[in-house]
Design a binder for this molecule. Structure first.
Ligand SMILES: Nc1ncnc2c1ncn2[C@@H]1O[C@H](COP(=O)(O)OP(=O)(O)OP(=O)(O)O)[C@@H](O)[C@H]1O
Ligand SMILES: [Mg+2]
Length: 255
């Protein structure tokens, strides 16, 4: 059984990496979870998981013949595939190889979460959305953030990837959340799965090199993420068939 989710957004800095790890940890109570830093140009998942000192990352896998198993680290009850941050590592990356990596990982997990790059201007940014079964769209509750996120939906739909849900993050008490939620319900093809408040815990967790559910498990943010994860009903699929589908996915030349 496997389902792959891209965690994506229109704008940067809305909390994709924080959310990927938080949803992953919440789901790891019930499922075998693999998280992949598919933001190969601006990777930061390694800093959120204390993996910034590791030798082998996704850059090595996508840039040479290193098997993906060499870049898988067991952390926080999940399998974590971090990506490096060097420009030389990024230059060596062949984005098309991500297909094979996802296919290999899919054979041996229940849930895969692909942390994605913001915006859809580059091939490496759109790939996770193209490869995933469904997308979790992370949005800050503002109209510009929402309208950028709609472009992610448009793109996903064009490639047959459905919307798992909209996750509001960094919600401030002054945000017109009801009005924005109404608009989101009207325009998005998936439910609103959660509203995560703006709080200090995610930044403290990031500084400690841990996902927020590990650093502050009883925090309001951690509880809100656990509730959001409950809304994602994981669908079962045949791991081998799904792996074959990833392997043969058509990758757009021009996003
Ligand atoms: N609910 C929250 N409350 C307060 N700060 C948050 C919250 N969620 C995330 N942050 C902080 O916002 C910053 C951006 O978060 P994160 O790195 O997860 O975003 P991102 O969408 O992955 O960014 P990028 O587009 O650069 O990859 C981080 O400093 C993180 O700690
Ligand atoms: Mg990120």
């Amino acid at each position: 059984m496997v389902e792959a989710f891209a965690v994506a957004s229109g704008k940067g800095g809305v909390g994709k990496t924080t959310s990927t790890l938080a949803l992953g940890m919440a789901l790891s109570d019930r499922y075998d979870v693999t998280v992949v830093d598919a933001d190969t140009g601006m990777a930061n998942l390694l800093f959120h998981t204390g993996l910034d000192g590791v030798e082998t990352t996704l850059h090595d896998v996508l840039g040479s013949d290193v098997p993906v198993s060499a870049a898988v680290y067991e952390r926080f009850g999940m399998r974590v595939v971090p990506c490096g941050t060097s420009l030389s590592g990024f230059r060596r990356v062949d984005p098309d190889r991500l297909r094979g990596v996802v296919a290999t990982l899919a054979r041996d997990t229940d849930v895969m979460l692909l942390d994605s790059a913001p915006a859809l201007g580059a091939k490496s940014a759109v790939l996770p959305v193209v490869l995933a079964d469904r997308v979790v769209v992370v949005v800050q509750p503002t109209i510009p953030s929402l309208s950028d996120a709609l472009k992610v939906q448009e793109y996903a739909t064009a490639y047959g990837t459905s919307i798992a849900g909209v996750l509001f993050n960094r919600v401030q008490p002054t945000d017109p959340i009801e009005r924005i939620s109404d608009s989101a319900s009207r325009y998005f093809d998936g439910p609103i799965i959660g509203r995560i408040p703006e709080r200090p815990s995610p930044q403290a967790a990031r500084r400690a090199g841990k996902p927020v559910l590990a650093h502050a498990p009883e925090s309001t943010v951690a509880m809100a993420y656990r509730e959001a994860a409950e809304q994602l009903e994981i669908r079962s699929g045949d791991g081998t068939k799904i792996a074959d589908r990833f392997q043969s996915a058509v990758i757009p030349e021009q996003p």
